[in-house]
Design a binder for this molecule. Sequence first.
Ligand code: PHE
Length: 382
Amino acid sequence: MTDLIDQKQAALAAIDASTSIDALEEQRVAALGKKGWVSLALKTLGQMSPEERKEAAPAIQAVRGEVAGAIDAKKAELEAAALEAQLASETIDLTLPAPDQPKGSIHPVSQVMDELAEIFADLGFSVATGPEIEDDWHNFTALNMDESHPARAMHDTFYFPDKAADGAASSSEAVGQQKRMLLRTHTSPVQIRSMKDEGAPVRLIAPGRVYRSDSDATHTPMFHQVEGLVVDEDIHLGHLKWTLETFFKAFFEREDIVLRLRPSYFPFTEPSVEVDVGYSNEGAGKEGGRRVVGGHGDAPGHDWMELGGSGMVNRRVLEFAGIDADKYQGFAFGLGIDRIAMLKYGMNDLRAFFDGDPRWLNHYGFSPYDQPTLSAGVGVRP
Ligand code: PHE
């Protein structure tokens, strides 16, 4: 018995002196392992008389408990110390500059959308969105393009396989047609959705992706538009012209922008005008730099670039959207975001916008810190 007490004292001292988890593990094996002295002591119980055992068993178990407890306590202590040491060695100084690692950049389209939101917010416009998977009614019918309207053919629409065939909508062909799903061909359906949801007055822009089955150097099957819509009492064409001019001056950050409004036709506006801006075609082909210039597109080295369509909202459209067309009028415009980005930042191939080439993104992309603001400038280069 005295042996056991001595062994215990020695073990407790060794456990206490252990400086690593490994050293402690050695102590555990020496005492509590299969061939450890505690285990061997327990084995001697079998040869004892019942009286001896009655006395020895609790004593050995007590030693075992004490040793095991000491090991657990020491283990917790060593682990806590190891964690402390690790935390101490891994401190980072958040005031140091970030390590030089490949950085992502903000795509020019995203940057231009932020610029748009910033400029139009200052004019009291909110930003609206709508679904890219749209139904026929919102994309066409409510915009005064019924089934037979020839303007539909100009949209090169991507349709989804017709649902009417599966029986659900086949009871009424008209309903099936209205619900026919497509990829929206313009952002104009957001006009309808917003007016239906919020009524008049309205003052919003709606930037987003649109889709047409078309592809060459200046057309991609997916591109971006921003819709503008203002509906109120006494809105007239002068408001549209002022708004576009004010926007483009802020966007291109120059006062001498010249816009040309050409009479045109859209089923959802009456009258309709197309919007052109004068730009320099001499820099074409060269990388970088702004190409919008002051003065006429008719001057030497200048040309006109078509940026989008606009007009006074056709009263049929107001009626489709549930707005009292005797009380309210509105104007709307739809501009190509990719085009105005190209003009502002000097790219000349639209397809490169969507290639995802890191070199292009590195060159034309923006730092996330370049938040466009009216006070700091809406178009800071990285
Ligand atoms: N939705 C038209 C297009 O994509 C542009 C437009 C919008 C024209 C609003 C007039 C008014 O071509």
